[in-house]
Design a protein. Structure first.
Length: 147
């Protein structure tokens, strides 16, 4: 029973999960009713790990016995974890690019406002409207301009 709790606690960390599953498989092998216990716990483990998502579910499809398929399960979980890590990196890169583009647009708008202020042809409202900057920011840029 403690092996099941260990698997539940380790579900967020793949290395810990693999270790917990291996220890659970060892305990099942040593149990006198290992065939029945293996069947029940393998079924439970599949249901438990399905909540990790479709990729984890694919990793579990081929596992029929925790005791016999332990190595395959470990390899499949590692593959699933690597895919999840790669997805996370891709999302992080995409967010980073979006933030960079947003900062670049903001800096471009500020530079445009500074140039328009230097020309002295538009008032603050017109510059704010042209650049998309808030009026308060245009006023702050004007106060920073050398007179």
């Amino acid at each position: 029973m403690s092996g099941i709790f260990e698997v539940e606690k380790a579900s967020k960390d793949v290395d810990a999960l693999q270790g917990a599953v291996q220890r659970l498989a060892s305990r099942i092998r040593a149990h006198p009713e290992k065939a029945r216990l293996d069947e029940v716990i393998t079924r439970w483990l599949k249901r438990h790990l399905k909540r990790l998502g479709a990729e984890a579910e694919k990793a579990l499809e081929q596992v029929n016995s925790l005791v016999e398929d332990n190595a395959m399960l470990a390899e499949n979980l590692q593959t699933w974890a690597e895919r999840e890590r790669q997805k996370g990196e891709a999302v992080g890169l995409q967010k980073g690019e979006q933030i960079g583009l947003q900062r670049g647009r903001q800096e471009n708008a500020r530079e445009t406002a500074i140039n328009l202020l230097a020309l002295g042809l538009l008032d603050d409202h017109q510059i704010a409207q042209t650049t998309g900057l808030p009026l308060d920011e245009v006023k702050a840029l004007r106060s920073d301009q050398p007179h």
